[in-house]
Design a protein around this ligand. Structure first.
Ligand SMILES: Cc1cc2nc3c(=O)[nH]c(=O)nc-3n(C[C@H](O)[C@H](O)[C@H](O)COP(=O)(O)OP(=O)(O)OC[C@H]3O[C@@H](n4cnc5c(N)ncnc54)[C@H](O)[C@@H]3O)c2cc1C
Length: 326
């Protein structure tokens, strides 16, 4: 690592930013994370109401890579992750098949964001801080934020752990080479419904990949381990449907998607709400790991640079940290 690099700012405290932060801090670097949300975890998250909760982002994750698998084992031991064993089927098309798990499926416990929260405990994270400009002044970086204006602290190195479109916005004014690499990436939207019932509902499955109509995934959130509160289900619209309706209102989306959900599950919910993800996933995620400009001490990581999904995000953060440390 460049001997001068001591103060590192990481923009984005999702799983990629947290993984980079942990690796750098444990190698002796001084790390400060910023996130615009109220909590860490990014798309690994749960919406909570008075008497209900539902994972409205990532549904579960798998572990293929040995390093990530070892991390999942540590999370299992710490009780922040458990295996989820839904009765999983396909619906529509030639559906109706029961799917056996090729790999164990894991969820955070008691909420999806639990592993991210655990990762953030030893790190310095400023939430509700939206970085809206970066500027290189001499050999240091200045950060400008929506909430607090120009930050007093300068950094030797800045890492962007953001969806591609959000990284591009920040890179455009400070690094045209990285900006053009990230601008080529198309992230896809996802409309997600959170549905609440007065009593358990059993249509004969806990989760389904849907091959017909506007929905692509339905899951009984209450079938995940350690969930409490009212019976809740999740339904996700397909990437094509979501993208075509990305500017629709939540009410319009509910009106169109609820009949499809009711038809598959056989019961209408008591209450339902819709969440729009503008950048849910990447159509063709890269496999480069991360992007790094040694000259400018500026890096980029995220799921879309490493095959997508939770595992890819964690590995991408570690990949970028390795660039800095070698
Ligand atoms: C609906 C949905 C379903 C999914 N299902 C699955 C699944 O079943 N399995 C799976 O493995 N993966 C799934 N994923 C994908 C998975 O959630 C992501 O791959 C992973 O969480 C990405 O992590 P990340 O750290 O790269 O990005 P993110 O989690 O997006 O983290 C980026 C962070 O940056 C913050 N941020 C953005 N802009 C700024 C800014 N200007 N300043 C400060 N902070 C900023 C955000 O608030 C966020 O916390 C799903 C995602 C969605 C949305």
């Amino acid at each position: 690592m460049n001997a001068k690099t001591q103060e590192i700012a990481i923009i984005g405290a999702g799983i990629a930013g947290l993984a980079a932060g942990q690796a750098l801090q444990s190698a002796g670097q001084r790390v400060q994370l910023f996130d615009k949300s109220r909590s860490t975890g990014g798309r690994l998250c749960t919406r909570r109401g008075e008497d209900w909760q539902a994972d409205h982002g990532a549904q579960y994750f798998t572990a293929r890579d040995p390093d990530f698998a070892a991390q999942v084992q540590r999370w299992l031991q710490d009780g922040v992750v458990a295996q989820w064993q839904p009765r999983l089927i396909t619906l529509g098309g030639d559906g109706g098949h029961r799917l056996d798990a090729a790999l164990p499926r894991y969820v955070g416990t008691p909420r999806m964001g639990a592993p991210a929260r655990q990762m953030s405990l030893g790190l310095s994270v400023e939430t509700q801080t939206t970085v809206n400009a970066l500027q290189r002044v001499g050999d240091r970086w200045q950060l400008h934020t929506l909430e607090h204006g120009l930050l007093p602290q300068n950094y030797d190195c800045v890492l962007l752990a953001l969806p591609a479109a959000q990284a591009t916005t920040l890179l455009q004014t400070c690094n045209s080479v990285l900006a053009s690499a990230t601008a080529d990436v198309t992230m896809r939207g996802c409309w997600t419904l959170m549905l609440r019932f007065a009593a358990p509902v059993d249509p004969g499955f806990d989760a389904a990949f849907v091959n017909e109509g506007p929905l692509s995934w339905i899951a009984r959130d209450s079938s995940k381990p350690q969930r409490s509160g009212s019976e809740t289900w999740i339904a996700q619209a397909s990437p094509v449907w979501s993208q075509a309706h990305i500017e629709a209102s939540a009410d319009e989306v509910l009106a169109q998607l609820l009949p499809a959900f009711n038809a598959w599950v056989g019961k209408a919910p008591l209450a339902a709400s819709a969440h729009r993800w503008r950048y849910a996933d990447c159509e063709s995620p890269a496999r480069v790991g991360s992007l790094w400009s040694a000259a400018e001490q500026l890096g980029v990581c995220g799921d879309w640079l490493n095959g997508g999904r939770v595992e890819g995000a964690w590995l991408s953060g570690r990949h970028l940290a390795k660039h800095l440390l070698t």
